[in-house]
Design a binder for this molecule. Structure first.
Ligand SMILES: Cc1cc2nc3c(=O)[nH]c(=O)nc-3n(C[C@H](O)[C@H](O)[C@H](O)COP(=O)(O)OP(=O)(O)OC[C@H]3O[C@@H](n4cnc5c(N)ncnc54)[C@H](O)[C@@H]3O)c2cc1C
Length: 395
């Protein structure tokens, strides 16, 4: 399905990574070390200089009009090579909402900061009691002249401690269908009345937070689109991750790492990789990745990658997250032979002492622990199964 120009594009991306991806950043990513805001910004600014920070955006807003396949190629190559994750909240989520539904002033104010990575965003959708059932959200925005007064709270907001702005779903009307009274607000996190509290996750790291709003005054001008129509924009935003949600590039990278570890770990005088039971599990994963990739390619070939996500996207989410968990589970199994180290201090960016266990063992353990969340975020796998059941069985 890839055309000669797609192959040329892949070569161009590879050459760029070889020349421009800083080795220290790459090594830290491959070892699973923690990255800080300035690390993400450093890489994102390199992409920006190359014109590739938002390649999938339309040219008129600073993108390259990439096809879905070009975007896929870019993601696959950068992820496999060990480039830092591009924090998606600005580039992939709110940016497209702003250029699609925002007014000219909002585009002028927000798009440049997203492209340069000088402004970081986070996503304020979930609340206690409004995760899978998102339309049940209770954070309220009451109109007061040319402001909304926001009260309530958001939970599981990834990276809000690094962010400058949050895009939030808030309730602006009561009664009627729950989805109909929701609006989409852009909120400056420095506004008085906002408190951010960390949530330390199972890997003992700080990715997540709870964000509280107490009488926070937000200009009405910061509302995207129409009042009470936020659900439409919220759904559009989620549809942008249709195929990439499978994270095939990351799966391939972790699988290669697992293979290396198993080749270097001996049991009964032979590498674990040659153990019959172990290699059977490896083959299952390897086949799983190939099938998943083929499914993604079929989606890309069907030209529906930009359409709202249907049951196919749910299948990709389920298989991708399950494979991620299978790989990290096996990594732990390999490391178990060395006494399961989880030396949390070795994740610090400036740690320069010898690690216990194989190179990257701590990062791998973190990947395993945090990977438990992969079947929850982005719409839990149970919810995805409901979507598939509805589509397949018409329930
Ligand atoms: C690491 C991580 C990062 C996140 N980052 C963000 C973020 O940046 N911004 C943000 O807004 N949110 C974020 N979330 C929140 C995420 O979207 C929610 O956790 C997710 O939607 C599930 O909602 P919940 O946690 O409220 O669980 P619940 O909805 O309470 O579900 C609890 C359990 O019940 C199951 N369940 C619920 N309803 C059904 C049903 N109808 N049928 C079958 N089973 C059901 C679920 O599958 C789950 O197993 C993040 C979550 C995690 C774990």
């Amino acid at each position: 399905m890839a055309t000669p120009s797609d192959d040329a594009f892949r070569r161009e991306v590879r050459a760029f990574i070889k020349s421009d991806l800083p080795a220290d950043l790459r090594d830290r990513v491959l070892l699973g070390k923690s990255l800080e805001r300035q690390d993400y910004v450093r890489w994102q600014k390199i992409l920006h200089r190359r014109g590739w920070i938002a390649g999938h955006w339309p040219k008129q807003y600073g993108g390259c009009d990439w096809t879905p396949l070009q975007r896929w190629i870019f993601e696959e190559e950068t992820t496999q090579a060990g480039a830092p994750w591009v924090i998606p909240f600005g580039i992939n989520y709110v940016g497209p909402v702003i250029y699609t539904f925002g007014n000219e002033e909002q585009k002028r104010q927000h798009l440049p900061g997203i492209l340069t990575s000088d402004v970081f965003w986070c996503q304020g959708y979930s609340e206690p009691g409004a995760g899978s059932d998102l339309a049940n959200l209770q954070t309220r925005a009451r109109r007061d002249g040319d402001h909304y007064v926001v009260n309530g709270g958001k939970i599981w907001t990834s990276y809000s401690h690094m962010a400058d702005w949050v895009f939030a779903l808030v309730r602006t009307a009561e009664g009627g269908k729950a989805q109909e009274g929701i609006s989409f607000l852009l909120i400056d996190l420095r506004t008085p009345g906002i408190t951010i509290r960390p949530i330390i996750s199972i890997d003992m790291c700080h990715h997540l937070n709870q964000v509280f709003f107490d009488d926070v005054r937000v200009p009405v001008a910061n509302r995207v689109g129409e009042e009470n129509r936020g659900w439409t924009y919220a759904k559009f935003l989620l549809s942008n991750e249709r195929v990439l949600i499978a994270e095939v590039g990351k799966l391939k990278r972790l699988y290669a790492q697992l293979r290396r570890m198993a080749a270097e770990t001996y049991e009964g005088g032979a590498p674990l990789l040659r153990d019959g039971d172990f290699s059977r599990k490896m083959i299952q994963i390897s086949l799983g990745i190939r099938v998943l990739e083929a499914m993604c390619m079929r989606q890309l070939g069907a030209g529906t990658a930009d359409a709202p996500p249907g049951p196919e996207a749910s299948v990709l989410k389920i298989r991708g997250s399950e494979l991620m968990q299978s790989i990290t589970h096996l990594m732990v199994e390999v490391q178990g032979r060395r006494g399961l180290p989880y030396q949390i201090e070795a994740l610090a960016p400036n740690w320069n002492e010898e690690e216990i266990g194989a190179a990257g063992a701590t990062g791998m353990m973190r990947e395993f622990l945090f990977g438990r969340a992969a079947t929850i975020y982005g719409g839990s796998n149970e919810i995805q199964r409901n979507i598939i059941a509805k589509a397949a069985l018409g329930l």
